[in-house]
Design a protein around this ligand. Structure first.
Ligand SMILES: Cc1ncc(COP(=O)(O)O)c(C=O)c1O
Length: 307
C-alpha cells in the first residue's frame, strides 16, 4: 500500500508540497493580498464545501477580488490534487487549504487591472490535535493584542494577512497558554486565533456577537444549528471579560478542532477562570450534537467523496 504524500496545486501544476513554489512578486507573498479557506474530509467526503465556497466568495468581495475559478473548477482541481496524495490507499482523511491571490505584478500597493489571480491548493494529511486538548482542554489567555477592528481589516475577510492572529498566539504562548482570546477595541471578547469561542453562562450557550468582530465560523454555525434542531437556544451577545468569571463552561470551534473544551482562561489581569476537565456536561453534549450533525451531512453527501 502506498503511503500518503502531501501534494500542492499551483495554478494547475501539482507537485509534492515541499517542491511547490510561487513567484516572489506574487501579491499574496508581498502583501498578504489573498483569500483562503480550510476544510477537512471525513471518510473522503469534504465537509461543507458549498458553505466554504460561499465564505470564500464573501472574503473575495470584501477585498474587491474577482475570483479566477468557479466553485466547480476549484472542486475539480482539489479532487485531482487529493487523488495524487494516496489518501484513499492510505486511508487518511485530508486537510485542504485553498487560496486565491491577486497574482503577481509590480511592487505597487494599488492592484492594477492586468493582474491575473493565482490559486494554490495545499492538501495534507489531517493532523491530530494533542489528545490533552480534548481529555483536559485547551488553555487560552486574553492578550493585549486586540482583534483587528471591522472597519480596518474586517475579521470576516479570511485572507492571507493573519499577522493579527499570529501576534495574538505569540503573546498567548509567552503567557503560558496554548492560544489567545482577543478583545476588540471596546474590550469585548471576539474570538481565538483560528477558532470561535462559546461560553456557558447562566446555563445558556453564548458566543460573542458578530458585531464584536469575528469570523463567521462554519463550525459555530453548525453547532448552533445542531442545538436549534434539539430545541436548545443559543445566544450571541457582546461579552466582556468580567462576565466570563461566572461562566461554567467554555469551548472553541473550528473545522479542524471541531468542539474543543477550554480548561483555563487567563483573563490577563491576574485572574484565571477554570472550566471542567474534558468539558462540562453541556460541552460534551454539544460535542455529540456536532458529531451527529457531521454524520448526517456525510450520509447525504456521500456522492461528493474524493475517494
Ligand atoms: C479567525 C478564525 N476564527 C474562527 C475560525 C473557525 O472557522 P470554521 O469553523 O469555519 O473553521 C477560523 C478558522 O478558520 C479562523 O481562522
Amino acid at each position: 500500500m502506498e503511503g500518503f504524500q502531501s501534494m500542492t496545486n499551483v495554478d494547475g501544476v501539482i507537485t509534492l508540497t515541499e517542491d511547490a513554489r510561487i513567484p516572489v512578486m506574487d501579491r499574496g507573498f508581498l502583501y498578504g493580498d489573498s483569500v483562503y479557506e480550510v476544510f477537512r474530509t471525513y471518510g473522503g467526503v469534504p465537509l461543507l464545501y458549498d458553505e466554504h465556497w460561499a465564505r470564500f466568495e464573501n472574503s473575495a468581495a470584501l477585498i474587491s477580488l474577482q475570483l479566477g475559478l468557479s466553485k466547480e473548477q476549484m472542486a475539480d482541481e482539489i479532487r485531482q490534487t487529493v487523488s495524487l496524495t494516496n489518501a484513499a490507499q492510505s486511508g487518511r482523511d485530508v486537510y485542504v487549504r485553498f487560496t486565491m491571490t491577486r497574482g503577481e505584478g509590480p511592487i505597487d500597493l494599488f492592484p492594477g487591472p492586468d493582474l491575473q489571480t493565482r490559486y494554490v491548493i495545499i492538501v495534507k494529511a489531517m493532523h491530530d490535535w494533542k489528545p490533552e486538548f480534548y481529555s483536559e482542554g485547551v488553555n487560552l489567555a486574553i492578550t493585549a493584542t486586540k482583534r483587528n477592528p471591522k472597519n480596518a481589516l474586517d475579521p470576516n475577510i479570511k485572507g492571507g494577512n493573519y499577522l493579527n492572529n499570529v501576534l495574538g498566539v505569540i503573546e498567548a504562548r509567552a503567557m503560558g497558554a496554548d492560544d489567545c482570546l482577543m478583545l476588540n477595541a471596546a474590550g469585548q471578547i471576539t474570538e481565538s486565533s483560528n477558532s470561535n469561542v462559546f461560553f456557558v453562562m447562566d446555563g445558556k450557550l453564548v458566543s460573542p456577537a458578530e458585531t464584536s468582530g469575528n469570523l463567521r465560523g462554519l463550525t459555530k454555525a453548525a453547532v448552533r444549528e445542531a442545538c436549534r434542531a434539539r430545541g436548545i437556544t443559543t445566544y450571541e451577545q457582546e461579552i466582556a471579560p468580567a462576565a466570563v468569571i461566572e461562566a461554567t463552561e467554555c469551548f472553541v470551534t473550528s473545522a479542524t478542532r471541531e468542539v474543543m473544551p477550554v480548561r483555563k482562561l487567563n483573563l490577563g489581569n491576574g485572574t484565571t477562570v477554570e472550566f471542567p476537565a474534558g468539558g462540562g456536561a453541556l460541552t460534551r453534549q454539544v460535542q455529540g450534537y456536532y458529531r451527529d450533525y457531521v454524520d448526517a451531512y456525510l450520509a447525504s453527501h456521500e456522492h461528493l467523496s474524493f475517494f
